[in-house]
Design a protein around this ligand. Structure first.
Ligand SMILES: Cc1cc2nc3c(=O)[nH]c(=O)nc-3n(C[C@H](O)[C@H](O)[C@H](O)COP(=O)(O)O)c2cc1C
Length: 173
């Protein structure tokens, strides 16, 4: 089987950097771009205001108890509110919600339309929404590993997911 060409910024094992040299974050970011993921919106409400960011670092953790995790940048303004409120939602985007993903990531004012304003900030039209209580938050370098206990799941439309691969939004086909 022929291998695809490797980007010049990625070192192969044969060409591995000496440990003391360390790995540049550009190299790691480039390598991680080969991991295909879904796209979700992490949202928090303090009862008055909703804050939200787009996330791809979302994963299942445990079924019993039901735990999921999201990795949130330590610099992200959503983090203090999330830790204060101890509740959040993770809303998985459908293929046709790419504009929502971009708008939330860019923090456009329009991006917060579409969230339920009563109770937990569920994003209407999501493929599925996980309503979580903060279980624990662990240090993870420049990100915080936020683990949530899933209290409720809301299923949305029967639609295809939005995907993210090689720094581009994509569909399943
Ligand atoms: C496709 C995509 C995936 C992202 N995934 C994450 C993520 O998993 N964790 C994170 O902290 N930020 C992630 N971001 C960045 C945030 O959505 C947001 O742009 C950033 O936190 C800026 O918000 P701030 O002003 O609060 O820093 C992602 C952005 C995009 C476009």
């Amino acid at each position: 089987m022929s291998r695809r060409p490797i980007q010049p910024t990625i070192r192969t094992h044969a060409n591995k950097a000496a440990p003391e040299e360390g790995l540049g974050s550009d190299t790691v970011r480039e390598a991680l771009s080969y991991w295909a993921s879904g796209v979700a919106i992490l949202a928090v409400s303090d009862g008055d205001e909703i804050d939200a960011i787009t996330v791809s670092a979302f994963s299942a953790v445990s079924l019993d108890p039901p735990l999921v995790l999201v990795c949130v940048n330590e610099q992200s303004s959503i983090l203090p509110m999330l830790l204060e409120e101890s509740r959040f939602t993770v809303n998985v985007l459908t293929e046709d919600m790419q504009r929502t993903g971009s708008a939330v990531a860019q923090r456009l004012p329009s991006s917060l339309a579409g969230f339920r304003t009563e109770g937990d900030p569920v994003l209407e039209g999501s493929l599925v929404s996980f309503v979580c209580r903060l279980w624990e938050a662990y240090p993870g370098g420049d990100h915080r590993i936020v683990v949530g206990e899933v209290e409720r799941v809301e299923l949305g439309p029967d639609a295809q997911p939005l995907l993210y691969f090689r720094r581009m939004y994509r569909g399943m086909r």
